[in-house]
Design a protein around this ligand. Structure first.
Ligand code: SF4
Length: 454
């Protein structure tokens, strides 16, 4: 049984692709292993698959270094073949094929379902292979198959792939292709499989989850999808990511408000709030439109937790534009905010835009916006002091074994805060009821009440 080790890099979407590839390889009769880096790949592994990220410079560098490390082990005879999959392969396979002739195969995005065949071919063919579609178009695997690499109780589920928007700073559509929805029945089947494997929290991801269904059914179907998913037994939380603001309509707001198991949580990247900047970014909303959307949301879902992200230092961003963003952050009162410094992505329209904002100004604006948000996050957290909150336990404090660490419906996996639960010895994966005793800017402290029976 040939041994295949997979190294996953990049975002949650890559994690899903990696779990699918591992599942397909296992079904294909391979002995599978998940490794964090080439150094931890077992000796005498037949094939190493690296699922790369090609989004920003730091991620590209990490991907290239990982490939080089794996090739070094190959040259020492410790592994036989190296396959490069994912976004970096899709974006730069032609250049990489020349610069790294020892890579045995490249697999583009949208081609996860071919991994078993490709590994089989790589094991017998000496020449380098490229399985890259010029215009990537995602093909879903026939049957759900996920060999999990994340925590058993929580999983990402990709409801669509690609993007039809044309934000001027973003290269994703060029290497992930246009928007392709996964059919509802396939999503339900996958959710049932994950629930049967122990998953209790399902995190729905896409490039734009609000466009779900349009390509397949001629209309947006996110509310219907949420209703159907909420019927999957054993699931406790369903959480929605990557909502495109101009598409968040009444139907979606009501679905979040009223569908059982759907967390009162939304991740909605707004990117900026100044109208001129939004136009330059080719984002169709305005400052006032955002304010109205947030107020509609809070009117329908009073305890909603809203996360957003902004880009600072977009070409042409002046002091005045940035001041508008600061005013917006004060007015909008988000629960969580992420701030990114603009960086040029090859082949994007904003790469040609001038004037560029100097790095030190970008950094200063990022720091200043994060600092500005801190007391707002604290005030939002303080609203929970004295209240009961259901918490999903995920680990234990390293300092005190009677203190557990978890998350509530307000905290998304990996990106939001944590809740420290005192006097709690519940096992990871357990839902417990707690009372919040202290709010901090990012985290909460709570006391254990008992196992949750909700
Ligand atoms: S930023 Fe998001 S919505 Fe805009 S083009 Fe990129 S993936 Fe699509």
């Amino acid at each position: 049984m040939p041994k295949v080790s997979l190294i996953n890099l990049g975002c949650a979407k890559n994690e899903v692709d990696s779990e699918e590839m591992l599942g397909l390889l296992s079904e294909g009769g391979y002995d599978i292993e998940h490794s964090h880096d080439p150094g931890s790949v077992s000796d005498h592994t037949d094939v190493v698959v690296i699922n790369t990220c090609g989004f920003i410079d730091a991620a590209k560098e990490e991907s290239v270094n990982t490939i080089l490390e794996a090739l070094a082990r190959k040259s020492r005879g410790e592994i036989k073949k190296v396959i490069v999959a994912g976004c970096l392969a899709q974006r730069y396979s032609k250049e990489l094929a020349v610069e790294m002739p020892d890579v045995d195969a490249f697999l583009g995005t949208g081609m996860v379902s071919s991994i078993s065949d490709l590994v089989g071919q790589a094991l017998i063919r000496p020449e380098q292979m490229l399985q890259i579609a010029e215009k990537p178009h995602h093909r879903w695997v026939d049957k759900p198959t996920r060999a999990r690499i994340g925590s058993p109780w929580t999983a990402y589920l990709k409801i669509s792939e690609g993007c039809d928007h044309a934000c001027t700073f973003c290269a994703i559509p060029s290497f992930r292709g246009g928007h392709v929805s996964k059919p509802i029945e396939k999503i339900i089947e996958e959710a049932e499989l994950l629930a049967s494997q122990g998953v209790r929290e399902l995190n729905l991801i896409a490039q734009d989850s609000t466009q779900y269904g349009y390509d397949l059914y001629g209309k947006m179907k996110l509310p219907e999808l949420l209703t159907q998913l909420s019927k999957v037994e054993l699931l406790r939380w369903i959480r929605l990511f990557y909502c495109y603001p101009s598409r968040v309509n009444r139907g979606i707001i009501e679905a979040i408000a009223n569908t059982p198991k759907v967390c009162h949580y939304i991740d909605m990247p707004l990117q900026h709030a100044d109208n001129e900047m939004l136009r330059a970014m080719r984002r169709p909303m305005t400052y006032d439109g955002y304010i109205k959307l947030l107020s509609d949301f809070r009117a329908a879902v009073p305890d909603v937790s809203i996360r957003t992200t902004f880009i600072v230092g977009f070409p042409g961003e002046t002091k005045e534009h940035f001041a508008t963003l600061e005013r917006f952050v004060d007015e909008a009162q988000f629960d969580r905010v992420g701030v990114f410094e603009y960086s040029v992505e090859e082949g994007t329209p904003s790469g040609e835009m001038e004037p560029k904002v100097p790095s030190r100004i970008k950094r200063a604006r990022k720091d200043s916006l994060m600092k500005r948000q801190q007391p707002i996050s604290l005030a939002r957290n303080k609203r929970w002091e004295g209240k009961e909150l259901e918490v999903l336990i995920e680990g234990r404090s390293s300092l005190d074994p009677t203190t557990a660490i978890g998350r509530s419906f307000r905290d998304a996996l990996e990106i939001d805060g944590q809740i420290t639960v005192k006097k709690c010895t519940a096992q990871p994966g357990t839902f417990v009821l707690t009372k919040v005793v202290e709010a901090r800017p990012y985290d909460l402290v709570a006391e254990y009440i008992g196992i949750s029976k909700i």
